[in-house]
Ligand binder design. Structure first.
Ligand SMILES: [Zn+2]
Ligand SMILES: [Zn+2]
Length: 476
């Protein structure tokens, strides 16, 4: 705080303007546009709803993104933003400078201001905003709506949070002018009717990311006609799909096939995450073989993979451009080490993050991946926590990763030498960590690196060592 520079003239001007609400609102249209962006941020943080409302309706750019701000927002702030848009919808008094067409409320950690030049058509084209997105013209957007509100939505059972709920009600009453553009949709353990209700309200081809959590397979089937319309979906996350309660095995098999065939029909799917899916084991080929595009992310957590799954994975064509491979809680102890090596070799030129956490990997598995690991020249993140590795092999691993200059985040397991049966040998861990760190430091300055033990079964803490923090289990 002590070395803070005195406020600039602009800052003083903004503070003054924010204090004098009535005056500011009356001269808003004459203020220099450079002042508006920061003033908006301050008004948002201070929850000055009157000024926010006026600023939205007089916004001199086509887009207004409050992505970084909206996280901590309250309902009153949202109401003020939408009230500002209402002024434009009703057109009673159209502020002279106003160009606003898109209000972006999506909760994302993107750069703060994303004000783009140029005009906006008012209909939905995700690729206009994220260049990576596939080009797909919406067949349903025959009617052009004047304004677009971009948002993420999360339906938990039958409920939305109060802000989402308010937005949806508000938009429904202005259906002719407002396009609610939902980019990321999460549906948790909801009854079919609630999911269908939201599917019917939003444009399904706006959805880029979908998470379905805690669904029973038999009910999920009823969503397929809607999933089919998500032509721009690039990220699908399935979490904890449950076995049907009462149904013949033949019906269950048919539903599984329907789901897999649905997944293979998404034309732009690039990121697939599956967590705790009971019908993955032995079927990985069916999941991946028919995908339309090569995957960028494959994340499998808390699932079993059979030998044939790994076998298939190591030669699967649809992972040849993989950037992110995350296997977490996938037991590999009995798997053939060679397959892991082959797998890594196949993706070594594109791989950016590799997480093999809690996979019960042994020395033989690490030895098998070391040659290909050295070739992963794009790698920024590695995570090998909670595996069974000897000190000797851990040192070998570190000598290999030390040469990967792109790494920014590294997590390593404590070696087996730090355990005596189930007990953690704290002193040994304390002693070894600096030595292990030095292996990396001999080649480069690591940015974020940590070593950790498993959780101690006595005190439920683990030992953890990184560049700043050292924590040890609580046992004597
Ligand atoms: Zn849209
Ligand atoms: Zn302990």
């Amino acid at each position: 705080m002590g070395d803070q520079a005195p406020p600039t003239l602009m800052q003083l001007a903004r503070q003054r303007l924010l204090r004098e609400e009535d005056l500011t609102i009356s001269i808003l249209e004459d203020l220099p546009v450079e002042l508006l962006q920061e003033m908006f941020q301050e008004a948002f943080n201070d929850r000055r709803t009157n000024i926010l409302r006026a600023m939205v309706s007089a916004w001199p750019f086509p887009d207004l993104s409050v992505r970084a701000l909206i996280k901590d927002s309250d309902l009153e702030t949202l109401k003020a933003l939408l009230d500002g848009l209402d002024v434009l919808i009703t057109d009673k008094v159209h502020p002279r400078r106003s160009k606003l067409r898109v209000l972006d409320l999506a909760d994302e950690d993107h750069e703060f201001w994303r004000i783009r030049a140029g005009t906006h058509e008012g209909d939905c084209s995700p690729q206009a905003e994220r260049q990576e997105q596939p080009v797909e013209i919406s067949p349903n957007s025959g009617v052009k709506k004047r304004f677009k509100v971009v948002t993420d939505l999360e339906l938990i059972k039958t409920r939305f949070n109060p802000c989402d709920w308010y937005l949806l009600q508000w938009a429904q009453q202005r259906n002719d002018s407002i396009h609610v553009c939902c980019r990321k949709l999460k549906i948790w353990d909801s009854p079919v009717f609630a999911a269908v209700q939201i599917f019917k309200f939003i444009n399904l081809d706006c959805i880029l990311e979908l998470q379905l959590s805690q669904w029973s397979l038999e009910f999920m089937v009823q969503l397929f006609p809607y999933l089919e319309q998500m032509k721009n979906l690039h990220t699908l996350e399935l979490v904890g799909i449950r076995k049907p309660l009462r149904s013949a095995a033949s019906a269950e098999q048919e539903w599984i096939s329907m789901l897999l065939s649905q997944i293979s029909r998404f034309p732009c799917l690039q990121n697939l995450s599956v967590h705790n899916i009971y019908f993955l084991t032995g079927c990985l080929e069916k999941w991946l073989r028919y995908l339309k595009t090569p995957l960028k992310t494959l994340a499998i957590t808390a699932c079993q993979l059979s030998q044939s799954d790994l076998d298939y994975l190591s030669q699967c064509l649809n992972i040849c451009e993989l950037k992110h491979l995350h296997l977490i809680g996938v037991e590999l102890s009995d798997s053939c080490p060679k397959l892991l090596g082959v797998l890594l070799e196949r993706i070594s030129s594109t791989l950016q993050t590799l997480e093999l956490e809690e996979c019960e990997m042994r020395d033989c598995h690490f030895n098998a991946i070391l040659p290909s690991l050295s070739q992963c020249s794009q790698l920024t993140v590695v995570n090998f926590c909670n595996n069974n590795i000897s000190l000797l092999v851990l040192k070998k691993l570190l000598h290999h990763t030390a040469k990967l200059s792109t790494l920014t985040h590294e997590k390593y397991p404590a070696p087996l030498e730090c355990y005596e049966e189930l007990r953690i040998l704290k002193d040994k861990f304390k002693l070894l960590c600096p030595e292990l760190l030095d292996i990396l430091r001999a080649e480069r300055q690591p940015k974020k690196v940590s070593f950790s033990t498993r959780t101690c079964l006595n005190c439920f803490h683990c030992c953890f060592y990184n560049l700043e923090v050292r924590l040890f289990c609580l046992c004597p």
